[in-house]
Design a protein around this ligand. Structure first.
Ligand code: C2E
Ligand code: CA
Ligand code: CA
Length: 598
């Protein structure tokens, strides 16, 4: 965060005045907390609130970065941090027992012996909260010196039900070590990585690594600092679980809810992602019998004897899965030489599998399958445990997972173009009617290769196929560069493609497609040079080789435009583009309300 204000040098009169101010703040306890919602991108519901401290209004120490920075410089950090924590808990009004309160703590504070056991616990009780409602956010801005000690302390608090978040992941100072060493329950991705994520391929790749990593480690990801709708949409499509930012809600004294349109937007995009064959492992989860970790082995064995169909049971502690007991393995253990007498009166946690595969319900079926099938041969077919926010949600069998994957692949293959894997006509029509129904202005771009027949005859089908694939890549890369997350690419067939993009202006996108195509197409000529090509009728045409014709149609939102209008207007437009030499784009519009700029 850039400091608009700087802290004065120690020893100066300004510094002395500020110290007096800080002492007054601590003495009068005049700080308070504001709360910013953290929203689930699966449901659009508020999942928790982050408490952010404010100094008294009008004070030079109103901003928390200045307040905490200054307190640290002059040795008052512990006192301030404790007061801030007290205020955060006292002012929080959680709507339900499931909601979480995220509290920032300076990393130095975890070494304070009074930190949790005495004070925080007492406070929580006073305000009707429990440790499992609280997540401590730790930032590495002031570096953690000894991870071994930090880890031990945090483990201790964790056992009492508190959870840990690593704050500002992906920011300048490295939080990767903290993630690796402390095994947090949440990772909060810094605003610097989220800003313009929809337009920045590199940020997208970095965040993707975080998403995959977090899923694999069963850590929840929270994206911070969302200010734009495009960023939000991109995050939903990328499978990020939670989000926070001014777009969703500002920090305020009264815990705010999400505006209804935004909740609706989130739900819609989740559905859109699902319609594109996006299945989560949560969709496959089925219920299963659970036993507490302290249940006697004999009791679990009796259950399996009574239920010959039960393949396994999940072992839980306080509703959280901690182990898996497969039927076969239980009886194998009991059948051993001393098995029966040795185990019968012990508790199930002695013989359960303590490291079963536990995945979050939001994980894609594809990822879950990768994780499940990379297990060792002796537990390859064990059930996969599905959790939601760390709590038991069900199990999925390997068979259900593999069947779903096969179905998704078959469905995609059935409707996609076999050469490029892009959506085919059925999906193109569905997308077009969806956009017309939505009633928002959008662009359709028809993309067609010129003299493709000549190229095919001269260089062979194989090269022809490669050129088509190259064109498909060019279009997709151009959209990644200057399109939006809602843009759609379809393969009509042969050398025809279609793009549907948000808004009426597609000039930058068309220009990028042509630029990339022209840059790459020479490598398909095997070093030969051309002065003419042949059209469909064998007539020689002066041209340097294969070119692209783009016909861009801006379609006005509202009820006035139909599929019929679009196909009529586009036929004329495509002709116009074809008649022009070289790689070109032409523009026109259908429907009222869009000014022509062709
Ligand atoms: P942080 O923990 O990273 O908190 C997020 C900051 O980003 C907050 O600033 C929040 O108001 C701001 N923010 C949220 N959404 C957006 C957005 O969409 N765009 C932009 N530009 N900013 C957004 P705030 O409240 O000024 O806090 C600044 C920092 O002060 C915090 O960064 C945190 O490190 C520290 N801090 C705040 N309260 C406490 C506290 O009680 N204890 C401790 N130890 N540190 C605190
Ligand atoms: Ca924070
Ligand atoms: Ca942060």
């Amino acid at each position: 965060m850039a400091l608009g204000q700087r802290l004065p040098e120690p020893g100066t009169p300004e510094s002395e005045a500020l110290l007096a101010e800080l002492q007054a703040i601590l003495q009068q306890q005049s700080i308070y907390s504001v709360y910013q919602p953290i929203v689930s991108l699966e449901t659009g519901a508020v999942f928790g609130y982050e408490a952010l401290t404010r100094g008294p209004q009008g004070s030079a120490l109103q901003r928390p970065d200045l307040l905490f920075g200054f307190a640290e410089n002059c040795g008052h950090l512990y006192t301030l941090d404790r007061l801030a924590r007290e205020r955060a808990i006292a002012g929080a009004r959680l709507a339900s027992r499931q909601q979480l309160l995220f509290i920032n703590i300076s990393s130095a504070i975890i070494y304070d012996p009074h930190f949790v056991p005495g004070q925080t616990m007492e406070l929580l009780q006073r305000y009707g909260l429990e440790p499992h409602n609280v997540v401590f956010e730790i930032t590495e801005r002031s570096s953690i010196e000894d991870f071994r000690v930090a880890k031990k302390i945090l483990e201790h608090y964790r056992k009492q039900g508190y959870r840990i978040a690593i704050d500002d992941a992906g920011a300048g100072y490295s939080s990767l070590q903290a993630i690796a060493e402390l095994h947090p329950d949440f990772i909060k991705v810094d605003k610097s990585l989220i800003e313009n994520i929809h337009q920045d391929k590199i940020k997208e790749c970095i965040l993707e690594t975080f998403v995959t990593f977090a899923q694999k480690m069963n850590i929840s990801l929270i994206a911070e600092g969302i200010e734009r709708l495009d960023e939000l949409t991109k995050l939903i499509r990328m499978g990020v679980q939670y989000a926070q930012g001014y777009l969703l809600a500002m920090p305020s004294r009264e815990p705010a809810e999400l505006p209804a349109e935004l909740a609706e937007h989130i739900a819609q995009h989740r559905k859109a992602a699902a319609a594109n064959g996006y299945w989560t492992i949560g969709d496959l989860a089925t219920p299963i019998r659970t036993f507490d970790a302290k249940t006697l082995i004999s009791e679990v064995a009796s259950y399996f004897k009574e239920k010959p169909d039960a393949q396994a049971a999940v072992i839980v502690t306080d509703g959280r899965p901690v182990g898996l007991m497969m039927r076969e393995r239980l009886f194998q253990q009991l059948a051993g030489q001393y098995g029966f007498s040795l185990f019968w009166h012990r508790t199930i946690d002695h013989i359960m599998d303590r490291e079963p595969l536990i995945v979050d319900a939001a994980l894609s079926v594809e990822r879950a399958s990768q994780l499940a099938t990379s297990r060792s041969i002796h537990n390859l077919y064990d059930l996969v445990i599905v959790s939601r926010e760390g709590r038991m949600a069900g199990v999925a069998s390997i068979r259900a997972i593999l069947e779903t994957i096969t179905n998704i692949r078959m469905e995609t293959a059935r409707v996609a173009n076999p050469l490029t894997g892009l959506p085919g006509n059925q999906q193109i029509n569905r997308e077009l009617s969806k956009r017309l129904l939505e009633g928002k202005t959008f662009s359709v771009i028809y993309i067609d290769l010129d003299y493709f027949k000549w190229f095919n005859d001269r260089f062979g089908f194989h090269k022809g196929d490669q050129l088509i694939q190259f064109t498909a890549d060019v279009v997709q890369q151009s959209i990644a560069m200057c399109g939006t997350p809602y843009d759609f690419v379809g393969h009509v067939g042969g050398d025809d493609f279609i793009v549907m993009a948000a808004g009426a202006d597609a000039v930058p996108l068309c220009a990028e497609i042509i630029r990339r195509f022209e840059l790459g197409v020479p490598m398909f000529y095997d070093g030969e040079e051309f002065h003419y090509v042949e059209d469909r009728h064998g007539n020689r045409i002066e041209n340097g080789g294969v070119t692209l014709s783009l016909a861009h149609l801006a379609c006005a939102g509202g009820a006035s435009v139909t599929q019929e209008h679009i196909s009529q207007a586009s036929a004329a437009l495509k002709k116009k583009a074809k008649a022009l030499r070289g790689s070109v784009y032409v523009t026109s519009r259908v429907g009222a309300g869009i000014s022509s700029y062709a």
